[in-house]
Design a binder for this molecule. Structure first.
Ligand code: ADP
Length: 626
């Protein structure tokens, strides 16, 4: 007898001692395996040309042998070689779809069984002895694999007429808690098959007892019981059904099962299209971004089917990168079945489908934004970042398509708004879309630079994601309105009078400003009088393309490009500290130097930037306190 590999043994233990209530899913698992085996053989037959195999012959058969307490599931698929048996049933094969090792809690383990199923081993939830008889296609030899559970398994030679696999489950005796007999009940089995495996594309057949009117029965109708081979599943895949025929619940459970998600999808997009290209698409927007979504590990792509047979698990060419969060499948009759990956890339049909899916997804998102804002915000919290990257990527090639899907926090509305909404309520004479960057909304709210615009009652967009400013700079103009960073751009908001009086003040204080600039050295490029400030004495702004926020983001990147924004220290001539500076300039230039240092430090801190020498900064404050 051979031992199971360690993980398999654990899983097996769990199956055998499971207190899980939906034991019935074992049947779904075994049927799915059978269907996969049929797919494999069918696919092979298409590639190899004339093998004499016909799709019509492929089927899955279920038999109930009450007397011996056996349930048999048989397929005429690809079967397994001896080696396959060892490799597939001796070790756990499912490790990619769930992380078994990481689960400690019993409750979690149970959830996992419910959400994903666990493949072949689930047979041990209902069976105390599992026999697998199999013969690989193209092979003369057949083998039997037998296991009573955790101790191990035995493989022996056996006789088998044709290729395929037969699973024989010896159903456990009833216990006080569990009625295992139901897995030997024809009616029960039929309903389990319909519940879980209705869209399996091969017929699942079983001998079913039916009663019918006895021939020649006279006045009094007489019935007789006959046994008839019956196909239990409807076989039409869910995506080929009309929308009206599929319930929300069916969509959701299909999604969960097929795409391994715990949550139900946020949005279902189902379309059957005919015309230039004929295809069905069933797409899902997940309720939550997968934990690896924004990493390289995440693989995008849709499943691709050609006339109901899956030909590719993840076809990237069907989705633009910025809609990479969409899961789902496309089934088209126009694609050839044995098309290769390389050929697929150049396939005109595929390109057509991609274009239409892109439009479709955009329309659906726009509709959601305008008609169900709450849902859209949930979506945006999860995948908004992806859309913003999409705007910025490839030199803004897709900005037109994506810009109306973006949301930013508004200083006025205190919630997320679109660019269209912002522009629609701009004040008369307002020339630009104003934005301000910071680490958090609360922090931005406190920034001195926002004072002027608040004073004038102008709406600002608060940007808190790294990519935000890059995205806006890529869009450049929205509806003819440029974007302006209120911390660095010339806002040009003063009246002629204000400009004139400012000019005068600059002339009067020129020496003071020059002195401060000199004492700060090359830490700043300029020291100027500010138009933006109301109640704060200083703030930092920048000159040129790189803003402080961009400096932070670019320098934090792994590539470590070392950029530095050109800093400008702005002073508020109407603040009482400025009067102090004027006095110091006349009487105590040494002290003025210390003040200049401290004010610069304060400006940095308010920007959320580190000060260059915190110890010196602190010493200077102490000096003043004495
Ligand atoms: P999974 O189906 O996720 O791979 P399972 O534990 O259910 O995991 O099955 C393990 C492997 O055993 C399958 O990947 C397949 O290669 C093989 N297998 C299971 N059932 C059959 C079958 N009926 N015919 C052929 N191969 C099978």
């Amino acid at each position: 007898m051979k031992q199971f590999k360690a993980e398999s043994k654990r899983l097996l233990d769990l199956m055998i001692h499971s207190i899980y209530t939906h034991r019935e899913i074992f049947l779904r698992e075994l049927i799915s395996n059978a269907s996969d085996a049929l797919d494999k053989l069918y696919y092979k037959s298409l590639q190899d040309g004339d093998t004499g195999l016909s799709r019509e012959d492929f089927c899955i058969t279920i038999e109930i042998d009450k007397e011996n307490r056996n349930l048999l599931i048989t397929d005429n698929g690809c079967g397994m070689t001896k080696e396959d048996l060892e490799n597939n049933l001796g070790v756990i094969a499912k490790s990619d779809s769930f992380n078994f090792k990481q689960t400690q809690e019993k409750q979690e383990e149970i959830d996992i069984i419910g959400q994903f199923g666990v493949g072949f081993y689930s047979a041990f939830m209902v069976s105390d002895c599992v026999t697998v008889r199999t013969r690989a296609y193209d092979s003369e030899e057949a083998y039997e694999w037998k296991s009573k559970g955790a101790e191990g398994y035995v493989i022996t030679d056996c006789e088998k007429q044709s290729h395929g696999t037969q699973i024989i489950l010896h159903i456990k005796p009833n216990t006080e808690e569990e009625n295992y007999d139901e897995y030997l009940d024809s009616f029960q089995i039929q309903s389990i098959v319909r519940k879980y495996s209705d869209y399996i594309r091969y017929p699942i057949q079983m001998d079913v007892e039916k009663s019918r009117l006895k021939e020649g029965s006279g006045e009094q109708p007489e019935y007789e019981t006959i046994v008839e081979k019956t196909t239990l599943n409807s076989m039409v895949p869910i995506w080929r059904k009309a929308k009206s025929e599929v319930s929300e619940e069916e969509y959701a459970s299909f999604y969960r099962e097929k795409f391994y998600d715990y949550e139900k999808p946020l949005k279902i997009i189902h379309s059957n299209t005919e015309g230039v290209s004929t295809y069905s698409a069933l797409l899902f927007i997940p309720g939550k971004a997968p934990s690896d979504y924004y990493t390289k590990q995440y693989e995008t792509g849709l499943q691709l089917y050609a006339s109901g047979v899956m030909i590719m698990e993840r076809c990237e060419d069907l989705l633009p990168e910025y809609f990479g969060f969409v899961r789902g499948l496309v089934d088209s009759q126009d694609l050839s079945l044995n098309i290769s990956r390389e050929m697929l890339q150049h396939d005109r049909q595929l390109k057509l489908i991609e274009n239409r899916l892109e439009k479709k997804i955009k329309t659906e998102l726009e509709f959601m934004m305008n008609n169900d804002r709450e849902l859209y915000e949930t979506f945006f919290q999860n995948f908004g970042l992806q859309l913003k990257f999409g705007v910025y990527a490839q030199y803004g090639m897709h900005k037109e398509l994506l810009q109306d899907l973006l949301l930013f926090y508004s200083s006025h509305e205190k919630k997320l708004v679109s660019l269209k909404e912002y522009v629609s309520r701009m004040k008369e004479g307002q020339e630009a879309i104003y934005y301000v960057c910071g680490d958090s909304l609360a922090r931005i709210e406190q920034m001195p630079q926002t004072e002027l615009l608040k004073d004038k009652g102008m709406e600002m967009l608060y940007l808190i994601d790294d990519v935000d400013e890059f995205a806006l700079k890529t869009i450049m103009n929205y509806d003819g309105k440029p974007f302006k960073n209120i911390s660095s751009d010339d806002l040009n908001l003063e009246s002629e009078e204000e400009k004139k009086s400012n000019e005068e003040k600059i002339q009067q204080n020129k020496d003071l400003l020059d002195f401060v600039k000199e004492s700060l050295g090359d830490r700043v490029a300029k020291v100027v009088l500010s138009q933006r400030l109301k109640s704060h004495p200083v703030c930092l702004s920048t000159e040129g393309e790189i803003t402080l926020e961009m400096e932070k983001v670019l320098n934090a990147m792994p590539s470590g490009s070392h950029v530095k924004a050109v800093r400008v220290l702005e002073m508020n001539p109407n603040h009482h500290i400025f009067t102090t500076l004027q006095t110091l300039y006349k009487n105590d230039k040494d002290k003025l130097k210390i003040y200049a240092d401290l004010l610069y430090g304060q400006a940095l801190l308010m920007e959320g930037m580190p000060i260059e020498d915190p110890v010196a900064f602190s010493n200077k404050i102490c000096e003043l306190m004495q």
